[in-house]
Design a protein. Structure first.
Length: 399
């Protein structure tokens, strides 16, 4: 048994000593069976939250109304959730009521997919009442019970199914796929934030191409912001080999493929409820990508983009052109490092110097003149020295 489980065994032992059942459950067990790395584990128990708080001295109530308590033990935190039944769901996204129960079987029965409905005791014995191990062996995503019921309980499970296709390179079981196609409209009930979180995981999965194809085949893209009539562009996007792109760069590539101009980028991304910081970075990448596709890098365009943006732009440019060349990236970084100035504060003069030299009041002319000086310094037309710049200004009679 791997370290993450071994470290948590004392937690299960203490719960069992108090007279209750406790098991490892969910994604950690699935990933263990898939021989994937595991950072943390989830524990399910027959003990109620109050009973867990009696067993352990250090706990945090994080979702106690849904049966979840965090236990702090040996410098680690563990989410422990009581076995539960969920009554009728409201708005296709949350249960109207949660009842704590003592049955592991009934707790596993309420879960989304069979591969996530597997438990393991502290000795490593697998409890698999819904044939989740068989589904994992066959690389199949299959709901626990009737797929239409599972998706009507929480419509986001449809996007989770496609996300697992992307992350695990599994296939959808036939009835599960049919239910996706029939129930996609339920995604209208799900918050943008929850859909965005799943979509971003789809983007970062190794089988992104197949998952986006499924998204289109099932018609789910119609319920995602700005993607309703973009099947062709989405397919083109999914075909790019972009394993080396990070999430921000993936968003920029998506906008470029959808032909969303840089000036409309922020508006598009706002519909996905992305953070302001991420939106600004994506929009700047797209703006500089448009320039990059129109002409090669110059000292000025490198300077205006900055180090991180220019690297992101070049990565996407190479992806689109199917021409990944490491030497080009090395050369780009070297060219940036060789720039005389890398930001405006590196200039040997300031706007106040210009106002003093010209004996005029400030105005738009100051910014315009500084930009001309930046360009001249960048192409080494004038040294980045105060007196040299002053002499150059008077010689050229720039205003």
């Amino acid at each position: 048994m791997i370290k993450a489980f071994v470290q948590a065994i004392p937690i299960i032992e203490k719960i069992e000593l108090a007279g209750y059942e406790a098991y490892f459950v969910g994604g950690s067990v699935r990933d263990y069976l898939l021989k994937k790395d595991i950072d943390d584990v989830d524990i399910a128990t027959s003990a109620t939250p109050e009973e867990i708080k009696e067993i352990f001295t250090k706990t945090i109530d994080v979702g106690i109304e849904h049966g979840t308590v965090v236990v702090l033990y040996n410098g680690q935190s563990y989410e422990i959730t009581t076995f539960r039944n969920e009554s009728e769901y409201e708005d296709f996204r949350r249960p109207k009521d949660v009842q704590f129960i003592r049955s592991l079987y009934d707790d596993l029965k309420r879960r989304d997919f069979t591969m996530n409905a597997i438990a393991m005791n502290r000795e490593g014995r697998i409890i698999d009442p819904f044939s989740g191990c068989e589904a994992i062996q066959n690389k199949l995503i299959q709901t626990v019970g009737e797929p239409r019921e599972r998706f009507s309980e929480d419509a986001l499970r449809m996007m989770r199914a496609i996300r697992f296709v992307s992350q695990l390179s599994f296939s959808l079981e036939e009835k599960t796929l049919m239910a996706l196609k029939e129930n996609g409209h339920l995604l209208k009930k799900i918050s943008i934030e929850r859909k965005t979180k799943e979509f971003e995981k789809i983007l970062c999965g190794k089988n992104r191409q197949r998952s986006i194809q499924l998204l289109i085949d099932a018609g789910l893209q119609a319920f995602l912001p700005g993607l309703d009539k973009e099947s062709e562009a989405l397919l083109k996007f999914s075909g790019f080999e972009c394993e080396k792109l990070n999430l921000t760069e993936m968003w920029a590539l998506l906008l470029y493929t959808l032909r969303v101009p840089s000036e409309n980028g922020i508006s598009f991304l706002k519909t996905w409820r992305l953070s302001n910081q991420k939106m600004k970075i994506v929009a700047k990448i797209v703006a500089n990508l448009e320039i990059r596709f129109s002409k090669p890098w110059s000292e000025l365009s490198l300077y205006q983009a900055g180090a991180e943006i220019s690297v992101s732009v070049e990565k996407i440019y190479q992806v689109v052109n199917s021409d990944e060349k490491n030497e080009q990236m090395i050369e780009l970084k070297k060219r940036y490092q060789d720039l005389v100035i890398k930001e405006r504060s590196d200039l040997a003069i300031t706007g106040q110097d210009l106002i003093s030299w010209k004996d005029e009041t400030g105005g738009p002319w100051v910014k315009e003149l500084i930009e001309k000086i930046e360009q001249a310094v960048l192409i080494r037309k004038v040294p980045n020295e105060k007196e040299a710049i002053r002499e150059w200004l008077y010689t050229c009679n720039l205003k």
